[in-house]
Ligand binder design. Structure first.
Ligand code: PGA
Length: 303
């Protein structure tokens, strides 16, 4: 088969995005340019790789086989590029990370300092919730991921770094604001705001409620810690949040951390990858940086 890497790249994008137009947009090409190359690829394969049903583009059986192969080939080419750069000993090239949404409150600071030292690194960050990060981790899609708790799986390698302190936060004028030793059960008498299912923070809280046999019916479910924080400030309810995300608001006296039994919870952030994954020089250097640098501005103990 005579096929080019460019054709495989186009083909991968059409399969992943489910259409010629979206692939053309992503690759900054025209739609006819993409379809000509896919036609050539189909001629090489001797059969159609896509079929059009209504307005949707679906992969044929041959297309599915070609997709798996193209991912493999493109990954190997990337690895080859990285290995050659490593022979030069230069910390240069792509750094692909998936990061749980709550880590956006500290990871950019670490990454910024790292890029200052290694300006030729090209970071690609995906901020999403824990469930999606776990999925990407198991698919080996990233150099490594940043998350709270490491899933229980013997195939994973996890490295703890900064503290992740979780607290129950409330507006400063909330009736529980000055109360001492509040029980989890008491929280159920107040409006409580939750993150979405799939969030690591939500998972931790659900576990605690289960252990204590308490049910709290959420007043509202919001899809990010930032949305939760704003809703708490607006007086819509209480929420469990990583204290990394509310540092400024606490300093500005917009929020307070309640004195709840068993809280604040002290957890650790972790960098995680599949055991046996061969990290590129860039990924290794960044991982060492995350683990060894003294990120004292970001570290805090709850008092
Ligand atoms: P989350 O994850 O941002 O999905 O809540 C936080 C965590 O993994 O602890």
């Amino acid at each position: 088969m005579h096929l080019t890497l460019q054709q495989l790249k186009l083909f991968e994008a059409v399969s992943r995005l489910g259409g010629y137009t979206r692939a053309a947009e992503e690759l900054c090409l025209t739609q006819p340019a993409v379809s000509i190359q896919i036609k050539r690829l189909e001629t090489q394969a001797g059969m159609p790789l896509f079929e059009q049903v209504g307005k949707k583009t679906f992969s044929t059986a041959a297309g599915k086989i070609m997709y798996a192969a193209s991912i493999d080939i493109l990954k190997r080419v990337d690895e080859l590029k990285t290995s050659i750069e490593e022979l030069n000993g230069t910390v240069k090239g792509p750094l692909q990370l998936s990061v749980v949404s709550t880590a956006k409150y500290f990871l950019p600071t670490i990454l910024g300092a790292f890029l200052h030292q290694y300006p030729d690194v090209v970071p690609k960050l995906k901020f999403t919730n824990r469930a999606r990060v776990v999925e990407r981790l198991m698919n080996n899609d990233d150099d490594f991921v940043i998350m709270g708790q490491v899933p229980q799986d013997n195939n994973l390698e996890g490295y703890p770094f900064l503290n992740n302190i979780l607290g129950i936060v409330a507006p400063t004028d909330h009736p529980l604001a000055n109360k001492k030793n509040i029980s989890i059960k008491e929280l159920a008498d107040h409006r409580f705001l939750n993150r979405e299912i799939g969030s690591g923070t939500r998972y931790v809280f659900d576990q605690i409620l289960k252990e204590q046999g308490v049910t709290i019916e959420p007043y509202m479910e919001l899809g990010s810690s930032e949305a939760l924080k704003q809703a708490v400030i607006a007086g819509l309810g209480l929420a469990i949040l990583s204290l990394h995300s509310v540092q400024l608001e606490r300093d500005m006296n917009k929020l307070t951390v309640l004195d709840v039994q068993g809280f604040p919870l002290k957890r650790r952030w972790h960098a995680v990858h599949l055991k046996g994954r061969k990290l590129s020089l860039v990924a290794r250097t960044f991982l060492d940086y995350v683990l060894e640098e003294n990120h004292s501005v970001l570290e805090f103990e709850y008092t």
